[in-house]
Ligand binder design. Sequence first.
Ligand code: PLP
Length: 397
Amino acid sequence: MEYLSDRIKSLSVSQTLAMAQKSREMKASGIDVINLSIGEPDFHTPDDIKEAAKKAIDDNYTSYPPVPGYADLREAISVKFREENGLDYSPDQIIVSGGGKHSLINVILSIVNPGDEVIILAPYWVSYYDQIILAEGKPVVISTSIDNDFKVTPAQLEEAITDKTRLLIFNSPSNPTGMVYTGEQMKAIAEVIKRHEGVFIISDEIYEHIIFTGKHESMAQFDFIYDRTITLNGVSKGYAMTGWRIGYIGAPLWIAKAVNKLQGQFTSGVSSISQRAALAAVQSKTNSKEVMRDAFKKRRDLVYKLVSEIEGFRVRLPQGAFYLFPEVNWYFGKSDGDRKVTDSASLAMYLLEKAHVAVVGGEGFGAPDCLRLSYATSEEELIEAVRRIKEALALLR
Ligand SMILES: Cc1ncc(COP(=O)(O)O)c(C=O)c1O
């Protein structure tokens, strides 16, 4: 007999992981699957960072680290915030956690009460929705359209705010759309939030270094909203360090203290070796993140051109992250023999089985008319993947 809590029963399994699982099974049975469903850089962690981790082991960084993170790491992140983002966070406003995902749930659990409304902007990153559910908050989804570059308008936001709204989760550059808000657009959003005392913003800036438009803009730059903004970042994406599990926040002191308290009872300080590696990343003087960014940009240009040519796909040029998010509903209702495509998930499954290309349906991102393709893979694989996708789609009538 199983006795699962209502809490765990209310969570859904990530669609991204479900696709990855199915494509792994196909690969294991000898099928040549191209995986465009993954959300991580295909690069290895740069050597200087790996060396720092090896040295940390030799230097015996093997005991419990401080709950909020090593002092020198928090100091280095404080410097990073100041120099790269123009943000003033003292080290005690910074908490290091086990990945951006962990930073996010820490903040949500610290400020969201059961029944509080949390606004998320669809297409959204899959975990936002379920983390809000986990905290017994109420996700309030604002849908954006490809015709507005998947960006929310101030009027839409204003309309969604009620006296129960506690939080807005904002993400630029965006997973899954790759869209990047301009400073002006962000300011307009900040101005709406400013009018509503008691509403906070988590600004998820984890893709800050994978940006093709020039400068990354931080939400907390606007003085009038700084006290109500939690800046969330980490080393996973920009430094190809997804496996090390290091994320962090810069936040108002009382939120940092609350997160520290939560973390103290829950996980304690995160892996000592990973923290030393993250210190090397944040302080690195090499150009490895720029090299990776340039490689992503080249692939972005390639895959955008190829996908734009696919009949029935509508696509916007991403300005950051490493995803393309075409609208594909033109294919819904079409069939290949007795194989009918009814929605984005069934189109993704059709492409996996017919073209042996793994992509993710838009449903899990709150955008059921779209598909997510990750271009964090080689140019040869991208060219071959799009060729196969086209071939399979041509059979749908
Ligand atoms: C938008 C967004 N935020 C946060 C994260 C969390 O990253 P991590 O927990 O690997 O640091 C991810 C990872 O996919 C993401 O796409």
